[in-house]
Design a protein around this ligand. Structure first.
Ligand code: IVH
Length: 703
């Protein structure tokens, strides 16, 4: 679609465009969160968010109540500046078969007029699945960092690059001008941890490590990039004032001695046979490298020959990317099992005849939800060409990064005549309670709550987990066994375990796998946790949507268990208590409803009350009272801050004793509004709340 420049939009066009973008971005978010494949690329997502913010900045009064800018992870208001690459950033020609490699060697020889026996060496190294970055050093100092963009012009991400540990800020003994090129990527481990954090915050999760790296680097707020663990491998260069070496291999060594990370699997190969050998060696290690690679890159070693070979329009003649075959495999779908999670979600899991996919044996794959099995996405549109999945089918499975295997396709020619469409259960397979789908929810959930054994066990596992009660000697396995034997049915039972099984006929120490010492240790570990911080307790309750960091915020807001309990009971109805709850930064309507529902459900309340009777709850740290004029005040930030990031402003305000809230209510004392402020500024004006711009705020706090 061709888009009009923002500053040429009429007001009516801007309004229409904001509505379109809100819809577009909300659909993109749904596609992400409904666990289907993302519908648009990260770059398109970011571009739409940036355009939305730019229009809002131009027409502040048109900002919508559901503006995408106000959602978690919202992109700030302006785009990146552009950098024209002095030396174009090239792409690579691809090859898929062994013969392509011999042909590449032949092609290079023929171009250079080298006979078949003349020596011709190549480097071979992994092709990292990330995004390329060009770092320009002048006088040994990093002066700019740019993404590839279209190869000619990239985005200026200098501030972001400086937050990456693998990227040196200064170099010693480097050429006066040196552009180092390489790949920004995220390790599997960091990717999984980032997605876990994002899920907990209700933020956007990423489909694979490459998207996560791209989304993290292309943040207008470098502080967000800093909080994302990105890495960088150097493998090439651009503009140079003096050559790095005579060969590709030595140039890479030189980059390494300058302080860059270079890939340890880089080898010098003297023939196509050696190149293929190294390709197989790398392929064999692929699953255990800890980061994604999608092939092997071969480069002519002699830099003078590289120079002679030159480039086609977008790819050099001296390099080739030998891609790995897609990680796909066909296998038999033996059964579909339904797992019931802590919050009652019914998750279908494919049980497969074990098959090797990209070096890893796969025997389970996620089937997401009933729509996915039926061949529909979250909007009711066809996926897999509308083919449904039936037990007994031949299915094609794939792995993307370290993400759980998924079913890519179904072979209808192998479907048995009597195969029946899968009927998704409408009753919980664990407790028989109705399993219902709420409007707009792609997940069917068991309504059994605490009476559902699967939910009860999962809740108990969560209750004893590291970030919750973290009881030494009582992990997921032990809790499950105790539950199955009827020793622990709910969290409160943990604290009566010693009374019931410390002595008498049936004792813990006499159980298989236990002894006097381990039993005593467990009882002591449980005693230790009778005193528990409020935030941990709230998180341990396992209320849907309430993660570790939200628990900390909510606990800090109410301070004591009594205040929290009363606050959540009162917040079930619209009114000041509800506004107080949703005014906590990071608590939206969905989380608020989940919290109040848990505290007003009689069975859940009774279970919580039984637990509390055994505990001493430590008050959350109340926000420090200082003599700053903002101490004790409720402050809301809106619009774009130009001198500091939102996170910085928030932390600073909290240090001075203010409470920072995400929405304006009658309780708000002060609104700090930057450019682009919309509905919040309007509401504050209506309520007569004092409003300052960023400079006013800085003056007030004396920063
Ligand atoms: S060399 C002129 N080496 O692959 C050649 N590229 O598909 C410059 N890539 O845009 C690239 N690992 O982002 C080179 N070891 C490697 C690489 C690599 C990943 C990326 C790079 C490039 C893309 C082309």
């Amino acid at each position: 679609m061709t888009e009009k420049a923002v500053d040429t939009l009429t007001k009516a066009e801007a309004q229409e465009e904001l509505a379109r973008l809100a819809d577009y971005l909300s659909r993109a978010n749904t596609a992400y969160h409904a666990e289907d494949a993302p519908e648009i690329s990260d770059a398109d997502y970011d571009a739409a968010k940036q355009r939305n913010a730019a229009i809002e900045a131009q027409f502040p009064d048109l900002k919508r109540a559901d503006s995408p800018s106000d959602q978690v992870g919202a992109a700030p208001a302006e785009g990146f500046s552009k950098i024209t690459h002095v030396v174009r950033m090239m792409s690579l020609a691809n090859a898929f078969d062994d013969e392509d490699i011999t042909e590449f060697d032949d092609r290079v020889r023929s171009y250079l007029n080298l006979g078949p026996d003349a020596p011709l060496a190549f480097t071979a190294e992994p092709k990292i699945d990330g995004l390329s970055l060009s770092l320009r050093y002048e006088g040994g100092k990093l002066v700019s960092a740019a993404t590839r963009g279209d190869g000619a012009v990239g985005e200026n991400v200098t501030a972001n690059a400086l937050t990456i540990d693998d990227i040196p800020e200064t170099l010693t003994d480097a050429p006066d001008v040196l552009e180092v090129r390489g790949e920004v990527y995220m390790s599997h481990e960091d990717f999984a941890a980032l997605n876990a954090r994002q899920t907990e915050r209700g933020g956007k999760t990423f489909a694979n490590p490459r998207n996560a790296a791209a989304g993290s680097l292309r943040q207008l707020d470098a502080e967000i990039t800093r909080s994302r663990p990105l890495r960088f491998f150097a493998y090439a260069w651009g503009d140079l004032s003096a050559p790095l070496a005579d060969t590709q291999y030595d140039a890479i060594q030189r980059l390494q001695s300058l302080g860059f990370q270079t890939n340890p699997l880089t080898r010098l190969c003297k023939s196509p046979a050696e190149m293929l050998d190294h390709y197989r060696r790398i392929e064999a290690q692929r699953a255990t490298l800890g980061y994604d690679i999608d092939g092997v890159v071969y480069k002519v070693n002699d830099l003078a020959l590289q120079q002679r070979l030159g480039s086609r329009s977008t790819t050099p003649r001296w390099a080739l990317a030998h891609k790995f075959p897609a990680e796909l495999a066909w296998t038999h779908l033996e059964a579909i099992d339904i797992q019931v999670g802590r919050t009652g979600a019914l998750s279908p899991v494919a049980r497969l005849t074990p098959v090797t996919v990209g070096g890893v044996v796969v025997s389970n794959a996620t089937l997401h939800n009933e729509d996915y099995i039926a061949g529909r996405d979250s909007r009711g549109e066809d996926i897999r060409g509308g083919k449904d999945i039936r037990i007994g089918d031949w299915v094609q499975v794939y792995r993307a990064g370290d993400v759980i295997p998924k079913v890519a396709d179904v072979d209808l020619t192998k479907r048995l005549d009597d195969a029946q469409p899968y009927e998704f259960p409408t009753e919980c397979p664990e407790c028989g309670s109705p399993a219902i789908r709420e409007p707009g929810d792609s997940v069917r959930r068991c309504t059994g709550g605490v009476i559902c054994p699967a939910q009860a066990v999962e809740r108990l596992k969560h209750f004893v987990s590291r970030a919750a009660f973290d009881i030494d000697g009582l992990g997921a396995k032990q809790v499950e066994t105790f539950y199955n034997d009827g020793w622990i049915k709910e969290p409160a039972d943990i604290f009566t375990l010693r009374d019931r099984y410390g002595s008498g006929l049936q004792t813990l120490k006499n159980r298989e796998g236990w002894g006097e010492k381990s039993a005593t240790k467990l009882f002591e570990a449980i005693e230790d946790k009778r005193i528990i911080p409020l935030a941990r307790l709230l998180f341990a309750l396992g209320i849907r949507h309430v993660g570790e960091s939200s628990s900390a915020l909510i606990a800090a807001h109410y301070g004591t268990w009594d205040a929290l309990e009363q606050g959540l009971v009162d917040a079930a109805e619209p009114g000041p208590a509800r506004e107080d709850l949703t005014g906590i930064d990071g608590v939206g309507e969905v989380m608020a409803t989940s919290l109040t529902a848990a505290f007003s459900n009689p069975a859940e309340r009774a279970s919580i009350d039984r637990l509390i009777a055994h505990l001493t709850v430590q008050d959350a740290q109340q926000i420090a009272v200082t003599d700053s004029p903002v101490a004790g005040k409720i402050v809301v930030f809106t619009g774009t801050l130009e001198k500091m990031t939102r996170a910085e402003a928030k932390a600073q305000a909290e240090r001075l004793g203010a409470k920072v809230s995400g929405s304006v209510s009658a309780k708000t004392d002060l609104l700090v509004a930057g450019p682009g402020a919309g509905s919040k500024a309007k509401k504050a004006a209506e309520l007569g709340i004092e409003t300052l711009d960023e400079d006013g705020w800085i003056a007030l706090i004396g920063a």
